[in-house]
Design a binder for this molecule. Structure first.
Ligand code: F6P
Length: 547
């Protein structure tokens, strides 16, 4: 049995409980007492300015949280991760997504072998292929140039490239069409290809394991669609299918030429993989140079996380704030609210990153945890959310800490008229942070002449915490910085909660049961051991199907 003390028995934990028992700080009072807080509670990394002044913490809270981080040896585990130690204990794997953005002359060893040359060899192969597709040199089976790229993958093999493609849309080759298919619902593939010409379409089958049923099913259907459109010639597959995987054997078994496989490694977790070969669709979209800029952005934050002192370490600060809300103020969720249309898939991407990593209930030694672990992560771009669910954040009964993310400049290609809308967008971000933090008191509402019976309804309690992340512009580098920031924030929290943030056993049971139930739906076979509720649902489904 592990001799690591249980988290909640550590003196640093009980010190935080005692501190919490003294009350929750009021933002109005904190700012009144210390106007310099707006400058003091800012951390900078790369191009990101992270203002955490509107959080419900004092200098003492932060000091106590840092003591907890020190006691749980967050930085020790961080160093072990960067060194390539097998910190994914349940799968006995190294966790080295940081090696994907290491410079060519860096040395990162796994079992005594430097993995950096392999990383750069695959990047070079991806770059060469991406340029050939972008220039039209790579042609389809009939000699026509590729105009459509369809990525087929799910989870980490979809969310990252799909999110980053949207985020960097302004940097993409506009003469190419990109689609992302993930759902085993045939409608997804149907809608993705119905208006495409197979002769001009390249499928990228993205799967770390190359065994994921959704992806293999969709890839098989895509192959049938392609062959049906190209006269059934099997050899067409070689010009229209490439694979991104760690599993060469399965890729070959599927019929994809191993020369058309872009490799990555078991020390890259699926949800940490879009800066590996999994990013090939993105690289075709934005080109290898922009992709490298994005990797440089990731690296900037890696280096900061590795070397910045605790007080100025952005991922550590964000991770600790989350621990404070999650474990001491009973927050159940965390909202991520980007004020950028281009970040429309950012929060969906973070859901996998955060919830698949930290949705655990046993510690690294296998003991049940007695403390809350990862929060529910949710959100959509402002200002849309303001007209949907912000009401609950402002006046509901739940504590919902939120990150507000915005940029000083819109993308260059907008017309002057549309660029002018940017100030209005950002005015909304700043106004929401202000309203959430400081609200509106009853006296302020009365002073506006509001009828007395409406005063309670129109009063805003305020004291809702937000962190504001600002950058000049959403560039490839800034996107890399943002993603690395959240990757390391999630790491910090997993380290404190003493859980394995790098496995995902929780998704296995559903997969196994789906395989078992499927024959009952397709062939009506008895499924032994099916519970009464599910058996009734299966029977109802079969009846409805036949009507
Ligand atoms: O949902 C579980 C999971 O293993 C994710 O962690 C992963 O990103 C996804 O499935 C897809 O896996 P693969 O890339 O192996 O197809």
């Amino acid at each position: 049995m592990s001799d690591t003390p249980l988290l909640t028995r550590r003196p640093q934990w009980t010190a935080l409980e005692d501190h919490r028992a003294q009350g929750v700080p009021e933002l109005r009072e904190l700012f009144a007492a210390d106007p310099a807080r707006a400058e003091r509670y800012v951390v900078r990394v790369g191009d990101l300015r992270i203002d955490y002044s509107k959080n419900l913490v004092t200098d003492e809270t932060l000091a106590l949280l840092r003591e907890l981080a020190a006691a749980t040896d967050v930085f020790g585990l961080r160093d072990a991760m960067f060194r390539g130690e097998r910190i994914n204990v349940t799968e006995r794997r190294a966790v080295l997504h940081t090696a994907l953005r290491a410079p060519a002359d860096a040395v990162v060893e796994v079992d005594g072998e430097n993995v950096v040359p392999q990383v750069h060899a695959v990047l070079a192969k991806m770059g060469d292929f991406a340029e050939r597709v972008r220039s039209g040199e790579w042609t389809g089976h009939t000699g026509r140039r590729i105009r459509n790229v369809v990525n087929i993958g799910i989870g980490g093999s979809d969310l990252g490239p799909a999110m980053a493609y949207e985020a960097l849309r302004a940097y993409t080759a506009r003469d190419l069409t990109f689609r992302f298919v993930s759902n085993v619902d045939g409608a997804d593939l149907h809608e993705a290809v119905r208006d495409l010409d197979p002769a001009e379409t390249l499928f990228i089958v993205a799967s770390k394991t190359f065994t994921t049923i959704e992806t293999i099913t969709n890839a098989t259907s895509a192959r049938s669609w392609l062959l049906a459109g190209l006269g059934g010639e099997e050899k067409a597959v070689a010009k229209h299918f490439v694979a991104l995987s760690t599993n060469a054997e399965k890729v070959t078994g599927f019929g994809i030429d191993p020369d058309n496989m872009f490799e990555f490694w078991d020390w890259v977790g699926g949800r940490y993989s879009y800066d590996s070969a999994i990013g090939l669709s993105l690289m075709i979209a934005i080109g290898p140079d922009r992709f490298r800029e994005m990797l440089d952005g990731f690296r900037t934050v890696d280096e900061h996380f590795r070397s910045a002192p605790a007080e100025a370490n952005a991922p550590l600060v964000l991770g600790l704030l989350g621990v404070w809300y999650n474990n001491f103020l009973d927050a159940q969720s965390h909202a991520v609210l980007p004020y950028s249309h281009y970040l429309s898939k950012f929060t969906a991407y973070l859901q996998q990153l955060d919830m698949e990593s930290n949705g655990k209930s046993v510690d690294r030694a296998g003991r049940g945890v007695e403390w809350q672990t990862g929060p529910v992560v949710w959100g959509t771009p402002g200002t849309n959310g303001q007209h949907a669910y912000y009401q609950l954040i402002h006046q509901g009964t739940k504590l919902i800490p939120a990150d507000l993310i915005g940029f000083a400049r819109p993308v260059a290609e907008l017309s002057d008229g549309l660029k002018a809308q940017h100030d209005l967008l950002m005015a909304n971000l700043f106004a929401q942070g202000q309203a959430l933090a400081f609200g509106k008191t009853e006296d302020e509402v009365r002073a506006e002449g509001v009828p007395e019976e409406q005063v309670p309804h129109r009063t805003f309690r305020g004291n809702h915490p937000t962190t504001t992340i600002l950058a000049a512009e959403l560039t490839p580098s800034v996107l890399g910085q943002l993603i690395a920031l959240y990757e390391h924030k999630v790491f910090v929290q997993g380290a404190i909660w003493d859980i394995d943030s790098f496995d995902q056993w929780g998704v296995e049971l559903g997969k196994v049961l789906a395989r078992r139930v499927e024959p009952a739906l397709t062939q009506g076979t008895e499924v032994p051991g099916l519970d009464a509720s599910t058996a009734a649902l299966v029977a109802a489904y079969r009846d409805l199907k036949e009507v």
